[in-house]
Ligand binder design. Structure first.
Ligand SMILES: [Zn+2]
Length: 130
């Protein structure tokens, strides 16, 4: 291997595909801007027509061990937990440090009855303090 070939080999990304039969990773060079080689789908453009995109969205897609439904359930469960924690602190059931990090995006969708009680309480507090 010449010096030019060596430097070229170092710069190139390798295909990330894994052979099902052997479990070994493909050692071919990945296409520029892609993660796989020609043989492992780097030339695929994915669905292009609106109908094709729709079919792909409706398909039962599994990424890793997850399904869309499982992801949805987990998202709502973490939102419910965060809402219960928030209510716990507001009403004084819970003390100490709160869970770190940003709040789940879907907190507004869960426990509408609790949110109504919370809103009422906040309005009462502001009326008393004013
Ligand atoms: Zn490959």
């Amino acid at each position: 291997m010449t010096a030019i070939e060596q430097s070229y080999a170092k710069q190139c990304d390798r295909c990330t595909a894994v052979f099902k039969a052997t479990g070994q990773r493909c050692s071919a060079v990945a296409l520029a801007g892609k993660r796989t080689c020609l043989r492992h789908g780097a030339l695929s453009t994915g669905p292009k027509t609106p109908q094709g995109r729709q079919r792909c969205a409706q398909a039962r897609t599994i990424h890793g061990l997850e399904t869309t439904t499982m992801r949805e359930e987990r998202s709502l469960a973490s939102a419910r937990l965060a809402m219960l924690e928030h209510i716990g602190y507001v009403f004084g059931f819970m003390t100490g440090t709160r869970t770190r990090g940003r709040r789940p995006d879907r907190m507004g969708e869960v426990y509408p009855e609790l949110q109504a009680i919370y809103q009422k309480l906040v309005i009462e507090r502001t009326e008393h303090s004013a």
